[in-house]
Design a protein around this ligand. Sequence first.
Ligand code: IDP
Ligand code: MG
Length: 170
Amino acid sequence: MAIEQLLILIKPDGIKKSLTGNILTKLSEVRMVIIGAKVLKVSEKLAEEHYYQLRDKPFFSELVDYIQGKIYGEPWNRVLALVYQGEDAISKMRKIAGATNPEEADPVSIRGAYGRITTHGIYENVIHCSSDSSEAKREIELWFEPEEIVKSIYPTKKVVLEKEEKTIWA
Ligand code: IDP
Ligand code: MG
């Protein structure tokens, strides 16, 4: 069995329903370690890149709005992004997450217990969970900078940035 890492997102419906604690408790059952975590507002570009494999689906634009929390507005329009690592992490986490369609998901899985299908037909299934190790690598590299992860997981390189503007504490 391999040591794997994966991206978990607590989606805006999970944030709005105040499920962060419940979801983290559920995820902790399989004893993976958190190696990265942050809260962020999802840009349209990030949303589209994250779900690019679904770009031809009829629900794509609603899905892009959903992951940005547009329908909820402030202060729910954000996600909690986490990188977990551990033995066989992806299949273990997917099992606790449950099936994509919350109505078909095991009722004790996260999606089965907390998800719903909206009247617009979007599966609001409260978390995202990478589905294989190549998708996990693509997603972690999309959502996180190398220095935001407390372990070295993928190859990195050094670049010198000039004239880069940065906000620091005043
Ligand atoms: P996954 O999240 O279980 O990996 P994907 O097929 O990658 O499932 O789909 C990404 C997200 O798009 C789902 O979590 C769900 O929110 C939404 N979604 C997927 N398929 C459908 C569908 O048939 N109808 C409505 N929403 C869907
Ligand atoms: Mg997927």
